[in-house]
Design a protein around this ligand. Structure first.
Ligand code: URA
Length: 199
């Protein structure tokens, strides 16, 4: 973790942070991954979305949220006028994950892996400078809030890395449990209302 902290601290830009991650070889996950999955969307966007870890599709493409969960995420964002390709930063999102490498067989990240990569995440948020964070699922809440229990946390604004943060159920969960989409919709409206206030 000390090595990670040093590597992360010395990065003065998002590009430098990506390079530092690429050079960081103390996390075993990278051995089983094809690609580093750093981020997607618009740096400088008001909303930063934090997922869990790359899956198979993300690992192949080197971009976060490009598989089925990512397609659902894009639809959810579009419903409140947000997108990862918008030119206007107030309509754009920036997307990353707690872990930049795919865990073998998509297993859950281990607490040590989350802790090891946390300095990079912290720095990533500081460099991206969003107004708000959206924490997708348990792993994201674990990393950013130090808490699990997404079904209780979701929909309640909290604070992470010094920013307002909204926990939501992960889109992969919504694909398995479509009935939970009603609550996710309420959470999207809460996000939209928050953004409306700050405009
Ligand atoms: N699930 C995540 O949490 N992140 C991704 O990038 C893809 C799926």
């Amino acid at each position: 973790v000390d090595v990670a902290r040093q590597a992360a601290q010395s990065a003065g830009s998002l590009d430098a942070l990506r390079t530092a991650l690429d050079a960081y070889d103390h996390c075993e996950l990278r051995l089983g991954a094809r690609n580093l999955v750093f981020a997607d969307g618009v740096p400088g966007a008001r909303v930063m979305i934090l997922g869990e870890a790359p899956g198979r599709d993300e690992d192949r493409e080197g971009r976060p949220f490009v598989g089925r969960a990512g397609q659902l995420l894009d639809k959810m964002l579009a419903a409140i006028g947000l997108s990862r390709t918008a030119e206007d930063v107030s309509r754009a999102v920036y997307i990353t994950n707690v872990l930049p490498w795919r865990p073998p067989q998509n297993r859950d990240p281990k607490p040590e892996e989350i802790a090891m990569m946390l300095p990079f995440l912290q720095k990533h948020v500081a460099l991206a400078k969003p107004d708000v964070l959206v924490l997708m699922g348990n792993i994201s809440c674990q990393a950013a809030l130090g808490q699990r229990g997404i079904l209780k946390l979701r929909g309640h604004w909290s604070e992470a890395f010094g920013l307002p943060a909204l926990p939501m159920t992960h889109p992969a969960y919504l694909l398995r449990q479509p009935h939970a989409k009603r609550e996710a919709w309420a959470d999207l409206l809460s996000l939209s209302a928050r953004l409306g206030q700050g405009r």
